[in-house]
Design a protein around this ligand. Structure first.
Ligand code: C2E
Ligand code: SIN
Ligand code: SIN
Ligand code: FE
Ligand code: FE
Length: 670
């Protein structure tokens, strides 16, 4: 069984720029059973599009909760009732018996009910009188139990037993302050796998007697009723996306609590099974699902950022885009594309730029991070009067770029903190290639993308912070293993790997995937130094032969710490830790004995790459036992050692990443 939210507003439809994300249609819910039955609950304006998506011919069911117009208006424009190839069963509360003739009179609609081309069959239902809906395949019928709700003029809700699950459509219902209101509501929702309820109000804007509930009450009720998935709908027509977002974030923050209840704010197009929501897209196209599945295979944050940016630009035809990530009270430039200034293939070369800005309402990205509100700016040079932010044109001036329109969307983590900001620039008309503004459907799709991809981004950040944590622990013992040193070794190794893989003709997707592993795993190459005594590690002079023998043990000790299942980052780190002091000519080591020595291409590639990054950075850095060298001196030394210490074919690639190395040292200074 799967249910799809088709309309979410109460009272009146309100399609508007600030309702586009959750949707502007009035209430309608679609339920598709495993046996192939299609059932709609209420016929708000959301029913129209749902009808357009149905096949040429068939049979469907519409169950109405009450006759208020926001629950009926879509019926007129539901394609099946105008098609001779469709049978539509309309289940009406008994007091609405004359409703169809009344609705389809010429004062309201051009075609009288009796003359509709489709076969519409009326069934009258009432509270407590359970009825059955036969299934197309003749399997177990679907059992529907109507119950009375509290709403002006009366109304019904429905408990539906279907596909071994309990689905409840709550209709319009006010949980009043009267003594039985709470327990009645608990009874109607009891044991629901999915319950869809009218939460038009909150504690602050509640209108007693208007027939709608506060979401806070539903949360209490659902808790007592043992509901699994509570879906809040019938939103106030003017409640903007921002406000619903805040509410939704409140509930995702609750998710970690051990209650089995999950709460969702209904959004058009959202789909649920009894297990929970399914990532969705509009009109059944599954680009987002396919995208997220791929994205979740990446580990490296840069690769994830690259893919998100590429997808967001594809959706919006944006010429350029930048992702900023939040670090404390600052936004840090993390990834950028700019088709006018450089090709997307070389985007990785621009990630080592050290740009930071405070999170304040003065800059555009800062405003979005500070408020959590997206901005869609049609013309950056004509900002609305009175806004706190302004456009900083220093990038345009220094690069010769011309920024015209901008779409800026926040990413949130699980606890509703801003994780970063996605800034898209200049949506290009696909024909003329002229910059134009970002339209609403672009904005909708990018918000959806940011929302769904944020979890994957957050997970990669968690992994990165985990590695930082390990490195910080190591740094307590050995100050040379600081964050910047590990970042530099990781970045140099990652770039050297990419250069090698491009020469070897690997496909970009594989390169991105491997590169992420190389970056994170090589950061941990010296983790085994935590097992070496301070007397040796911090000796401000040359080590004796005996001391050096002990020191050599950091390789196998590191490998033993990181040992893990193949394919994981830890497994890469294990291999790198063990072999990063092997030498091409066989004179290196992989432990404090002479066992396990390797030479040439028997040394794992990732270890050969890390050896170069590690020694290069050791030379350029200050150590307790040595002075820092210049980048030029270090490069010369590396070249001298090609074929002796290092794989000569890798050393031959260093000139190609020379500029990147310089920017890496600028981004991660000591
Ligand atoms: P490390 O400081 O991270 O250095 C890593 C590798 O960079 C060294 O591996 C070596 O191959 C290279 N390297 C570092 N400094 C120089 C240098 O001045 N000249 C040249 N040609 N190469 C250099 P290695 O030798 O196997 O040492 C492994 C680790 O042992 C070092 O890691 C460091 O923690 C420690 N270590 C090595 N020699 C000394 C020393 O004389 N005194 C102290 N206190 N520690 C040392
Ligand atoms: C309805 O939402 O059912 C009609 C309008 C209202 O009661 O607020
Ligand atoms: C919608 O009706 O808004 C979306 C339809 C869908 O995702 O299937
Ligand atoms: Fe109503
Ligand atoms: Fe080492």
């Amino acid at each position: 069984m799967e249910t799809i939210i088709r309309g979410v507003r109460g009272s009146i439809a309100n399609p508007a720029p600030d309702t586009i994300f959750y949707g502007g249609n009035t209430v309608c819910v679609e339920l598709n059973t495993d046996s192939g039955a299609t059932i709609f609950f209420d016929a708000g304006t959301g029913l129209r599009e749902a009808g357009d998506l149905l096949p040429e011919s068939g049979e469907c069911h519409i169950i109405i909760s009450h006759g208020h117009m926001d629950h009926m208006f879509g019926l007129w424009f539901f394609r099946p009732i105008h098609s001779p190839k469709w049978i539509t069963h309309l289940y009406l509360p008994s007091w609405l018996e004359n409703m169809p003739d009344f609705l389809y009179q010429c004062a309201f609609f051009p075609v009288p009910f009796k003359e509709l081309r489709g076969d519409v069959r009326i069934h009258l239902v009432s509270a407590g009188a359970t009825f059955e809906i036969p299934t197309p395949q003749g399997s177990e019928p679907i059992v529907v139990e109507p119950f009375a709700v509290c709403h002006p003029g009366g109304g019904l809700g429905y408990r539906v037993s279907v596909d071994n699950a309990m689905f409840v459509y709550g209709g319009d219902h006010e949980i009043t302050d009267s003594p039985h209101a709470h327990s009645d509501a608990v009874k109607s929702l009891s044991g629901a796998d999915i319950a869809i309820v009218d939460a038009m109000y909150n504690e602050c804007d509640y209108h007693p007697g208007w027939g709608h509930s506060r979401w806070e009450d539903w949360v209490d009720v659902a808790q007592s009723a043992g509901v699994r998935n509570l879906v809040l709908t019938h939103h106030d027509p003017v409640r903007p996306d921002q406000e619903l977002d805040k509410l939704d974030q409140k509930f995702s923050a609750l998710e970690s609590s051990d209650s089995k209840l999950k709460i969702y704010v209904a959004r058009e197009g959202m789909r649920f099974t009894p297990k929970g929501p399914i990532p969705f897209t509009r009109n059944g196209s599954d680009w987002l699902l396919v995208f997220l599945e791929r994205l979740s295979q990446y580990r490296d944050e840069n690769s994830i950022l690259d893919r998100i940016l590429a997808k967001a630009r594809e959706i919006t035809h944006a010429d350029a885009g930048t992702i900023y990530l939040r670090e404390g009270n600052e936004l840090v430039f993390a990834y950028t594309h700019n088709d006018t200034l450089f090709s997307a293939d070389s985007a990785h070369k621009h990630i080592y730029v050290n740009i930071r800005m405070p999170i304040s309402e003065k800059s555009i990205a800062g405003y979005v991070a500070a408020t959590g509100c997206p901005l869609n700016i049609p013309n950056i040079r004509e900002l609305p009067p009175g806004v706190p932010y302004s456009f900083n044109d220093s990038f345009d001036r220094s690069s010769g770029y011309f920024t015209y329109s901008m779409l800026v969307i926040p990413f949130f983590d699980k606890s509703s903190e801003v994780l970063g900001v996605l800034q898209l620039i200049n949506s290009l008309n696909p024909q003329t290639k002229q910059p134009c503004f970002f339209n609403l459907s672009m904005m909708y799709n990018v918000r959806l993308l940011a929302r769904e991809a944020a979890g994957i981004l957050e997970r990669s950040a968690v992994e990165r912070h985990g590695i930082y944590g390990i490195l910080r622990m190591a740094a307590v013992h050995d100050p040379s293993e600081t964050g910047p040193h590990a970042e530099r070794v990781g970045s140099i190794a990652a770039e050297l790997y990419q250069c090698w893989a491009e020469h070897a003709g690997h496909i970009p997707d594989d390169i991105r995937y491997e590169k992420g592993h190389v970056r994170l795993a090589s950061m941990l190459h010296d983790i085994g130094k935590v097992g070496i005594s301070d007397l040796i590690l911090k000796k401000p002079a040359k080590l004796t032969d005996e001391e050096f023998m002990v020191m050599r043990g950091h390789t196998e000790f590191g490998a033993s710490i990181m040992a893990a299942d193949p394919g994981t980052i830890a497994a890469y780190a294990c291999e790198i830790a063990r072999h990063h002091h092997q030498k091409w000519d066989g004179s290196g080591y992989a432990g404090s004995t002479n066992e396990g020595k390797l030479s040439g291409s028997d040394i794992p590639l990732m270890a050969r790459i890390t050896a170069i990054a590690d020694v290069f950075d050791a030379l350029v850095s200050k150590r307790c036992y040595k002075k820092p060298w210049s980048i030029e001196e270090a490069l010369l030394e590396m070249k001298k050692e090609a074929g002796r210490h290092f794989d000569p074919s890798l050393i031959a690639l260093l000139p190609e990443i020379r500029d990147l190395i310089t920017s890496i040292y600028k981004k991660f200074p000591e």
